[in-house]
Design a protein around this ligand. Structure first.
Ligand code: ARG
Length: 313
């Protein structure tokens, strides 16, 4: 086990990997300070190269509906207070990588805090670390030379199996994954990203079920595409325009249901044809910042959860 960089290195089958329980808790961050203030990714600029403008009232309505949709998937939602001066905290998946207790020898859930690539987002990490510690999660920062690491923006757990899909690109570097693979003795599949519009792995790959994924292959290096193909989950291709303009792959799958960014009808039809129940969630305001459903929550396994107290609403 370790870091897998090429298809020919694969020496396991996903179905033979140890099982992981489904996450039971979703941490969300209140959108009270959400805004588009600085172009951190290409989605944040319009055709004229100007910063898009977010409608804060509409953002709140969308976020409330997203929260309800996540609760409807039988996930217990914990809401963190918004942080002044951190307009992107609402994309809280980026601030840490939880390691489920069931993936570890001693069964104790851990989390690795992010090293945000943009200095303006670094203030998001501490509030998440405090919340995780209050939930009983052991927080273990990187100690090596990794310059950038953006948590569950680039690190995606395979549903139900002890395997991490690890994106390398503008937000997460190889050194981060090398340290994590070695420290936790985890199998990691390294996928290189090639297109600035798909700057996190969660913008071009969504693991939908143990045997299925939604993806946008042109955003991945050829070696990465071969890895996904070699590991063999059923691959549903997102419509290319919907992937780029509608963040179609930033979807969240829970128990056969897919929460899909609204406005991706071609991708929706493909998912339904493969037997998924699709629920569209309007995240138009947050898409002006380059994020949607998947990155607006951090999932935790149940062992980490203790009764929520004092986390704001
Ligand atoms: N504006 C944020 C950024 O560029 C959006 C992050 C969205 N996260 C994601 N995983 N897609 O950092």
């Amino acid at each position: 086990m370790g870091l897998y960089r090429r298809a020919r290195e694969i020496d396991f089958r996903i179905a033979a990997l140890p099982r992981l329980p489904a996450p039971q808790v979703a941490i969300l961050a209140d959108p009270g300070h959400f805004d588009v203030v600085d172009a951190l990714n290409p989605h944040m600029l319009d055709e004229r190269g100007e910063l898009k403008r977010a409608d804060r009232t509409k953002a709140r309505e969308e976020w409330d509906a997203l929260r309800a949709a996540i609760e409807d998937c039988d996930l217990r939602v914990i809401v963190l207070d918004a942080v002044a001066g951190q307009p992107d905290f609402v994309f809280c998946a980026n601030t840490a990588l939880p390691i489920p207790g069931a993936a570890l020898h001693d069964g104790r859930p851990r989390a690795v805090p992010s090293r945000m690539s943009h200095p303006s987002r670094r203030g998001e990490v501490e509030p998440m670390v405090r919340a995780l510690e209050r939930l009983g999660v052991l927080v273990e920062p990187l100690s090596g030379p990794a310059e950038r690491f953006e948590g569950t923006g680039d690190g995606l757990w395979h549903p139900g199996r002890r395997l991490l899909w690890a994106g390398v690109g503008p937000r997460t570097c190889d050194e981060a994954w090398e340290e994590i693979a070695a420290r936790y003795e985890l199998p990691l599949v390294r996928l290189g990203l090639v297109d600035p519009a798909f700057y996190h792995l969660d913008t071009c790959l969504a693991l939908l079920a143990e045997d299925a994924c939604l993806w946008h292959p042109p955003a991945l290096e050829p070696a990465a595409r071969e890895l996904v193909e070699a590991l063999g989950p059923r691959r549903i291709e997102a419509d290319p325009r919907e992937a780029r303009e509608g963040l179609a792959c930033n979807a969240l799958a829970v128990g056969g249901r897919v929460l899909l960014p609204a406005g991706c009808p071609v991708t929706r039809a493909r998912l339904e044809r493969e037997g998924f129940e699709v629920r569209e969630v309007d995240t138009a305001e947050f898409q002006k910042s380059g994020g949607s459903v998947f990155c607006m929550k951090l999932l935790l396994d149940v062992e980490a959860a203790s009764p929520a107290q004092g986390f704001g609403s």
